[in-house]
Design a protein around this ligand. Structure first.
Ligand code: HEM
Length: 502
């Protein structure tokens, strides 16, 4: 106990009297920009040391943030969490649901930005229908349809060089939105067609929402004093999503099941939450998975061999087909390790704790930046190398066809293969710490859409890489936090057709 250090001694940027640390984000000089939180996190990691902690105290409207960069400490905090885990307060969402539109939400505030008993009650009402493996399996036919439409869309938007347009990320947003509409609301929103004005409006609002959230959440909360432009965009977007959910809920899809048991209001509020967090996340994951595979022809060839062997011809894909795609699942895990969609997760601790050797008082918000941990040598040897094999058990690794790796007998392929073998062996020696890469969170509050997101991604990537050789002709992409972690530069993938069937 004598080694336990006081909370005040946790290293971190010094807050100014009255202005705290919020001024840093208000001025927005690097690394204190909401868009470059990845750099901020690396700086805090340097301050904390390997097993220590760092702190950003006195941010307006937020509890003190304590950053722990150790997987063991992450496990300790998650495992001691009670039945009502508190995630970071999202003041602007809380304001929207519980103040501005209280008349509509009343005592059914949903999941996002909600805590304590109201969250627990709501989660219990909707959990089974969303979390059960059968729920994701039942959604596969509708997700498959959307993925097929997306492949058709690729052929419409591709240019004469077989390159994707500069706004391909927007196309991925449309695919993700169409997918959520199909499985959650049982409706086709029409985002993948050219003409649908409503779809364009939804996409405009999605962008408005995502771009305003970081500003409202992390800069000085001027929106509490007057309607800032970001605040107006934010409220307009949420109002239009609510209207959309009210109008487009059908008697099919997951929310229809909820409506039967808990009523239409609960179903509408759930649909709104799913739209809010289920679009940019999967779009960002798809973008990073495609990019990393496009840059890594060895892994791409191996994936394509798996797809050629297992994808059905002349009939729709089933959950059984997806179960065979071990290497595809490893490709997605590896992409979410290197470029997690959300850089960190967190919990507001409900009782005093000792974290990374420091006394931390109840009410502090502990952040686990898994983006840092999952890119550290101590947890993942050669962390910047994309090696899906590190996620495969030895048995699965043997089952994955290796022939593709030597299809081209050139020296480069042989070296890439040898390097991947070496890295996966090193990884197997140290094992994978279960808390070092947690892209979907953990425990009772973990991502409720995880299974759907995985099924969506598997279907999309299976279809894309089965049909196309995807390559990347440009420099290294840079990334920003928006608040999902997405590439800054245009995603102009080159897509060469390798087979005609979808
Ligand atoms: C690759 C895609 C996705 C990633 C990486 C992701 C990640 C996350 C993370 C890290 C959390 C916080 C978990 C925690 O606090 O322990 C979360 C929560 C949540 N996610 Fe996802 N998510 C993804 C896709 C989706 C999709 C497709 C949906 C639904 C359409 C969804 C719905 C939710 C909801 C409703 C919550 C809040 C759960 C609660 O507080 O009870 N997510 N997600």
């Amino acid at each position: 106990m004598s080694a336990v250090r006081r909370f005040a001694t946790i290293p971190g940027p010094r807050p100014l009297p009255l202005l705290g640390n919020s001024w840093r984000f208000a001025i927005g000089k690097k690394p204190w920009q909401t868009r470059s939180l990845d750099i901020t996190l690396w700086n805090l990691r340097a301050l904390a040391g390997a097993d220590g902690a760092a702190k950003v105290a006195k941010l307006f409207g937020h509890p003190d943030l304590v950053f722990s960069f150790c997987a063991e400490e992450t496990a300790k905090v998650y495992r001691r969490e009670d039945s009502m885990p508190y995630r970071a307060v999202a003041p602007c969402l809380k304001h929207y649901k519980q103040e501005l539109r209280k008349d509509f939400f009343g005592n059914e505030p949903g999941l996002i930005g909600v805590h304590g008993m109201p969250w627990s009650k709501f989660r219990s009402k909707v959990s089974k229908a969303l979390v059960a493996p059968e729920a994701a399996k039942a959604a596969i036919p509708s997700l498959d349809e959307v993925a097929i439409d997306f492949i058709d869309r690729i052929e419409k938007i591709i240019d004469y060089n077989r390159e994707m347009p500069k706004d391909f990320l927007t196309e991925l947003y449309k695919w993700a939105l169409e997918s959520v509409g199909a499985w959650a609301m049982g409706t086709r929103l029409g985002c993948l067609s050219e003409k649908d004005d409503e779809a364009k409006e939804i996409i405009k609002n999605i962008h408005g929402f995502f771009h305003s959230v970081p500003e409202l959440e992390l800069s000085a909360p001027l929106w509490r004093l007057y309607s800032t432009p970001a605040y107006k965009t934010y409220v307009d977007a949420l109002d239009s999503f609510t209207k959309l959910c009210l109008k487009r809920l059908t008697d099919k899809g997951v929310c229809a099941k909820i409506a039967k048991i808990s009523g239409e209001k609960v179903a509408t509020i759930l649909a709104l939450d799913l739209l809010l967090v289920g679009v940019d996340t999967t779009a960002a994951a798809a973008a990073s998975s495609m990019y990393l595979l496009a840059k890594n022809s060895r892994a791409q060839r191996k994936l394509q061999d798996e797809l050629d062997k297992n994808l059905p011809v002349g009939r729709p894909l089933t959950s059984k087909d997806l179960e065979q795609l071990t290497y595809l699942r490893a490709c997605i895990k590896e992409a979410l390790r290197i470029k997690p969609v959300i850089l960190g997760n967190g919990r507001c601790i409900q009782s005093d704790a000792i974290i990374s050797g420091y006394e931390v008082p109840k009410g502090s918000h502990i952040v686990f930046p898994h983006y840092i941990m999952s890119n550290e040598e101590r947890y993942f040897p050669n962390p910047h190398d994309y090696v899906p094999e590190r996620w495969l058990r030895e048995k699965d690794n043997r089952n994955v066809d290796m022939s593709s790796e030597f299809r081209t007998n050139d020296m480069q392929s042989i070296c890439e293969h040898a390097k991947a073998v070496l890295i996966s062996e090193k990884q197997r020696e140290i094992g994978i710490h279960p808390f070092a890469s947690l892209p979907f969170g953990f425990g009772r509050r973990m991502c409720i859409g995880k299974r759907f997101a995985e099924a969506e991604l598997q279907l999309l990537l299976a279809k894309v890489f089965h049909r196309y050789d995807v390559s990347w002709r440009y420099g290294e992409l840079t990334y920003s936090v928006t608040p999902t972690y997405v590439p800054n530069e245009p995603l102009q993938f080159t897509m060469k057709m390798r087979r005609k069937n979808k």
